[in-house]
Design a protein around this ligand. Sequence first.
Ligand code: MN
Length: 191
Amino acid sequence: MTFALPPLKYDKKALGFISENTLNFHHGKHLQTYIDTTNKLVAGSNYEGKSLLEIMTSSSGPLFNNAAQSWNHEFYFNCLTGEKKEPTGKLLEMINENFGSLDEFKQKFAAAAVGNFGSGWTWLVQTGPNKLKIMSTSNAGNPIVDGFTPILTVDVWEHAYYLDYQNRRADYLKDFLEHIDWDFVASQMRD
Ligand code: MN
């Protein structure tokens, strides 16, 4: 299997907080390079024919880094929307139960992401039937490797926001939290 660049589900001008310029680099260059490098490292190895998920849960070093970054980016881009959405139903109930309210969740998530030192990802993960947790990983890390179910992520590598926000990661987070595709997040929950 050769991995291909997954298309964005929205127009590059549609998000309203991340510019077309950022997406041209982030989706068109950074993610493309992670995918190309994964394909090169997989070719001729016993990872041929395996999915990104299978590769990232069974590899290490450069192959893990590139496969996980490919998976993480596709997931991140799917978490974004230019439409105004709110969590509803079971997801909203779980957010209220685990964090107090949607606003408190947003504050805690932003604090974790702003405090995630260096390059990495901050995640909302499902750790049990009614249990949600905020986790941060460094570099290409992904909570799936530790057996958790990610339902939302934000990329806090500088390449995700520097062209639009420079060093203002907190402002990027504030806007990110108002552009979440909560329908996608809900679709990632398990029973
Ligand atoms: Mn990135």
